[in-house]
Design a protein around this ligand. Structure first.
Ligand code: PLP
Length: 379
């Protein structure tokens, strides 16, 4: 008798069965093997091209003899350092293997089927996937014609039915952010019980933007519940080590998030690397300075090409294009020269047609020059 194979879709919740398949990332090593004549330039994932502080490499090599042991699952050394840097209590902090893991558990823990999440459009795409996995719906407020996001328009979508407000600041992929007065307007308009999820993965790069708000202070002042998600993947160049953290408005919220999480989620070497990275403020500042000057240069060059870019507070710039297809075409043509950037759907034009955005990580000056040279030939 033929063996009957159980349909795997019947084994998972309906919400999961309806999700699109997991998107496999670029296999850079494979690309280099297949295209040995091309110099690979990775400007598609907002990584730090300079790499971490030499102290990180020392910390890793000096602790290789500990990898057979479980890590400190309270991340106490790292938590102490961050608590003093951010002027918060250790108990308000949560850690995980990347900010994305904290975001995923947050969605699982907080959202119920039928809940609504209010956000910007476009924003960090996994928000839609993880909210859908929890049975929730995301309402994305689109940007304006001048490539700004309007706080007034955002507030028009706020009502009591919104359970979570997800604000990525600076926003991935556009780099935009709300000023203090704009964010205050949103906080004042929100229901007191609405959880603000501030995704501040790129917050360090807004350091020279005088109008970037202290979002945590504003939310604290208003007594609004929040979590700010941060990462060591970007400014601290630890993307491959996987460590992110969350700053919770109250220690009891942090405790609840930990209840439903794995016990050992940040590895021994990652913890050592993270503490070492945090200690090297000169290394961090050098990278931030490089971003500030290259960001201005790239924005000027792009304007000179007659292209439209969002105002970015991140380690990337983002072009606005008339269609998603155009963004994908440029992404693919760039890739044929060894340069990886990221095309994404932008603002909806009709339910099935979208504007396009092209997110380009700010690399080293020579990488940026090469990218500009190729971009000029494609637009
Ligand atoms: C907006 C945003 N949030 C969170 C993350 C996840 O960061 P991590 O590497 O810490 O998981 C990213 C990564 O690209 C991001 O762009």
């Amino acid at each position: 008798m033929a063996k009957v194979i159980t349909d795997p879709n019947t084994l998972v919740r309906d919400e999961i069965a309806k999700l699109p398949n997991f998107k496999v990332g670029v296999r850079y090593e494979e690309f280099t093997e297949n295209n040995p004549e091309l110099d690979l330039i990775r400007l598609g994932s907002n990584e730090n091209p300079y790499g971490p502080s030499p102290r990180v490499l020392d910390a890793i090599t000096n602790n290789l003899d500990k990898i057979h042991l479980y890590p400190d699952n309270t991340c106490s050394d790292l938590a102490r350092e961050f608590a003093s840097l951010l002027n918060v209590k250790v108990s308000q902090l949560v850690f995980d293997c990347g900010a994305e893991s904290i975001m995923l558990s947050l969605m699982n823990v907080c959202l119920r089927p039928g809940d609504k999440v209010l956000s910007l459009s476009p924003t960090f795409p996994v928000l839609n996937i993880w909210a859908a996995a929890a049975g929730a719906t995301v309402i994305g407020v689109p940007h304006e014609d001048d490539l700004s996001f309007s706080a007034e328009r955002f507030c028009l979508s706020i009502d009591k039915s919104i359970r979570m407000i997800y604000l990525c600041m600076p926003n991935n992929p556009t780099g935009s952010y709300f000023s203090e007065s704009e964010l205050s307007l949103i906080i004042e308009s929100a229901d007191p019980g609405t959880l603000f999820v501030l995704d501040e993965a790129y917050v360090e790069f807004s350091g020279n933007k005088l109008d970037y708000p202290d979002a945590i202070a504003l939310l604290n002042e208003a007594g609004q519940p929040f979590i700010s998600l941060r990462t060591m993947s970007k400014a601290y160049a630890l993307a491959g080590m996987r460590v992110g953290y969350g700053i919770c408005y109250h220690e009891d919220f942090a405790t609840l998030l930990k209840r439903a999480n794995t016990v050992f989620n940040v590895g021994v070497l990652t913890l050592k690397a993270a503490v070492a990275a945090l200690s090297d403020t000169v290394h961090l500042d050098n990278y931030l300075e490089a971003i500030y000057s290259e960001r201005t240069r790239l924005e000027d060059e792009i304007a000179r090409m007659g292209l439209r870019a969002f105002k970015s507070g991140g380690n990337f710039i983002c072009l606005s294009l008339p269609s998603f297809e155009k963004a994908l075409k440029i992404e693919q043509e760039m890739q044929q020269t060894g340069i990886f950037i990221k095309g994404q759907r932008g603002r909806p034009i009709t339910p099935s047609d979208f504007e396009g955005v092209l997110r380009i990580t700010i690399g080293k000056p020579a990488e940026n020059n090469q990218m500009l040279k190729v971009l000029k030939t494609l637009v």
